[in-house]
Design a protein around this ligand. Sequence first.
Ligand code: NDP
Ligand code: MG
Length: 386
Amino acid sequence: MKNAISVLGSTGSIGRQTLDVAKHLSIPVVALTAGSNVERMAQQCREFQPLLAVMGTEEAAKALRLVLPNQKIQIMSGKDGLLAAASIEEAATVITAVVGMVGLEPTLAAIRAGKRIGLANKETLVCAGQLVMEEADRYGAEIIPVDSEHSAIFQCLMGCQSRSEVKKLILTCSGGPFFGKSREELRNVTKDDALKHPNWKMGAKITIDCATLMNKGLEFIEAMRLYRLPPEKIQIVIHRQSVVHSLVEFVDGAVMAQLGTPDMRLPIQLALTYPNRLESPVEALDLLGCGALTFQQPDEETFPCLKLARDAARLGGTAGAVLSGANEAAVSFYLQNIIGFYDIYELVRLAMEQVPYVEKPTLEEILEADRLARAVVADYRRGDLT
Ligand code: NDP
Ligand code: MG
């Protein structure tokens, strides 16, 4: 089908918004995947009637078969299922909205199947950006970013003839829920404090990443890979209002920005309709009502994860996989109240020190670096870091 989509991670924040957009534009949905949320997957299957539905485990897939007894939908599980959904023949576009490293292999499968990728899963580019971009070149697969900052840059670069015209990319950052707080004040913040993001409603992992500013660090590397620019050509600025989604400065001094209400359905829709723009239900930006727009320097002393990400960006090789893998594991500990806020930073730093570095890694070496980074975090016992 010409414009049909497959949605990896359909029960999550980006996945659900993707289905909203698909419904609004009457785009057929041919495959859906989730981790363990059987109930929501069952609802989505009834509504969108995909050809294929995939759950994270066989147990969850069995439960889904039980609640959907008379449907013609094929139900699969695990990695095989994810790879099948990523490369399903009937889809033209695959939206990668699973969270974390689990998105890497399906993204590569979708690229090799020649799909357009609507890329939300930033961890994929942080871990294996060079490899992913090389495969996209080889198979002629289009990668359209869904992350709002990278979509903004993508839009600012429309019509740009050559990368040499770009002086720098300017990534905006809301500053997260703890903007302006001191290290002392942040030492004992709980996950409930961290889960209150001022401007966006997102999944738990990315919301914690926004609180530590690791999210912006991951996005820094994501931008380097997507736009093939060195770290010195990317700047991060704090912009509390989340109205300017990012900017591009050109060599002649012109600066282009993309503005809009903070609503992920806008970048998601563009990934589905590009190069066209269609009407959307997203609320229009009220320039007169949105107040003053401010821009500030990020505080890397209070939010040291940003510094770690810059180090990983400079190092390249397996450093991104170690940064991202250790962060995923540490954030999961933080969400279970096993570690404190700054332990996330300490654990990622430890993993970056301990996991051997490989300069030009193969896919296997990237997966191994991720595994070792998670092992460093898992070896941690409460109290070790204090
Ligand atoms: P959510 O946690 O809301 O959703 C994650 C999705 O992945 C769910 O469908 C979940 O299934 C599924 N999933 C989780 N673990 C596994 C697994 N092991 N195997 C298979 N599927 C799994 O995340 P978000 O939607 O917030 O984020 C998704 C990606 O998009 C992330 O990489 C994030 O960084 C990026 N992103 C998100 C933005 C946002 O506004 N939310 C903005 C920009 C980027 P289940 O529901 O069953 O657990
Ligand atoms: Mg973003």
